[in-house]
Design a binder for this molecule. Structure first.
Ligand SMILES: Nc1nc2c(ncn2[C@@H]2O[C@H](COP(=O)(O)OP(=O)(O)OP(=O)(O)O)[C@@H](O)[C@H]2O)c(=O)[nH]1
Length: 320
């Protein structure tokens, strides 16, 4: 009898030693009253003594009733029997560390079903994952952004245009503008001042636009604006406002006033039924080419003015 008791004691101590040596939280709580029935050393070191406490009182911060994220209901089925192990990841509200939790309903020594959780700290992995997600989104942002002006670059601008160009039945206007005689700005004031002038122009333009409008730097001193749901006349008025804004608000830098004007081309369309991305691409290219030609016309007409593709069509007819 004494020998059996000793064997039992030894086994109990071995289990006790193992549980208290684990680099993981192990606790047992009543499935219905939430009373803590067991907490290993890992748990008491971080969260404190469990005696007389409910799991939510000890293991979470500022919790006076069962947690909204409690998984107890997932551990037993309708018949009141244990289901499988429920594995989930959770940021503990007491110490703000991430844990992978393995929860299960087991039979306790007195025969009732209780909850056992084994939770390992996965904060380092989570932080690495978060850093990777952050790095990916930074890389994506940089790949779509013009470094100097922080506007969309040509690639991102065209990609955004592609999705807009598939919204059949919607009006779409496009304004393209190019700063006039920008070479003179660089030659006279230097390349750094030229850069500042490009940033200034980008900011002036962005300030006039609505959040749905898409402004991009297409390259060099050339910019594009995609205007969803805007009709031709409204786009012409908008371009004229931007042109005036450039005249009225030159860049003031180091006591110098750097004046920049720009030439604008406008094209617009009511998007027809689009069947494929290729069709959307063709439509966008046609729109861009028309605006580009209108802009070249504005340059030929003497710069610092707005020309629309309609004007260009008239001009073409007049010159045949
Ligand atoms: N500072 C600066 N200059 C740039 C940048 N990209 C292009 N440029 C300059 O923009 C100028 C464009 O010159 P051109 O294409 O001859 O055109 P323009 O002088 O603006 O004359 P028009 O377009 O005919 O009115 C060149 O001097 C380029 O070096 C840039 O990122 N920064």
């Amino acid at each position: 009898m004494t020998m059996i008791k000793n064997v039992h004691n030894q086994a109990f101590e071995a289990i006790h030693t193992i549980l208290n040596s684990l680099d993981a939280l192990v606790y047992v709580s009543d499935l219905h009253t939430y009373e803590l029935l067991y907490l290993n050393d890992y748990g008491t070191t971080i969260w404190g003594e469990p005696t007389g406490k409910k799991c939510y009182q000890l293991l979470q911060a500022g919790q006076n009733s069962p947690c909204s994220f409690c998984t107890n209901h997932k551990l037993i089925n309708h018949a009141g029997n244990s289901t499988t192990v429920h594995v989930w990841e959770f940021k503990n509200t007491y110490n703000n560390r991430w844990y992978q939790c393995r929860d299960q309903a087991i039979r306790w020594t007195d025969g009732r079903l209780v909850r056992i959780e084994i939770a390992t700290d996965i904060t380092d992995r989570k932080q690495m994952e978060e850093a990777l997600i952050e790095a990916k989104s930074t890389a994506e942002r940089l790949a779509n952004t013009d470094e100097l002006t922080k506007l969309y670059n040509r690639r991102a601008f065209f990609n955004l245009g592609l999705s807009i160009a598939q919204q059949s039945g919607q009006a779409l206007a496009f304004i393209m503008f190019d700063i006039d005689r920008f070479k003179h700005v660089n030659d006279r004031w230097g390349h750094t001042t030229g850069d500042a002038a490009l940033i200034h122009i980008a900011k002036l333009t962005q300030a006039i636009l609505k959040p749905v409008d898409i402004l991009g730097r297409l390259g060099g001193e050339e910019f594009g604006i995609l205007l969803p749901d805007l009709h031709h006349e409204q786009a012409c008025q908008l371009a004229e406002s931007i042109r005036c804004r450039f005249e009225e608000q030159p860049l003031a830098l180091n006591g110098q006033i750097i004046k920049c004007t720009a030439s604008f081309g406008i094209a617009s369309i009511t998007i027809p039924v689009i069947h494929s991305e290729k069709e959307a691409q063709n439509l966008l290219e046609t729109l861009f080419n028309s605006a580009d030609q209108a802009m070249m016309q504005a340059k030929r007409n003497g710069r610092n003015q707005v020309c629309s593709a309609t004007e260009l069509a008239n001009f073409a007819q007049n010159n045949h």
